[in-house]
Design a protein. Structure first.
Length: 69
């Protein structure tokens, strides 16, 4: 993935797009789970992936607040 330059004017737009993309991944993962299905075992990889995505989202929110976006 190509990242924009650090001092780019479009950086807040890039961060907002990245946030929307990661939110979509979280929603898709949540929708995949069925509440009454016995095969809904969550693997460690899935757990770590969701935790990593949430950490990235927290960082993006922090950067958006810092940059005023």
């Amino acid at each position: 993935m190509n990242k924009p330059p650090q001092n780019s004017v479009q950086t807040p737009d890039y961060l907002k797009a990245r946030k929307l993309h990661l939110d979509g991944i979280i929603i898709a993962l949540a929708a995949k789970k069925k509440p009454n299905n016995k095969d809904n075992k969550v693997s460690k990889v899935e757990t770590l992936t969701v935790e990593a995505i949430k950490a990235e989202l927290d960082f993006i929110v922090l950067e958006l607040k810092r940059k005023g976006g």
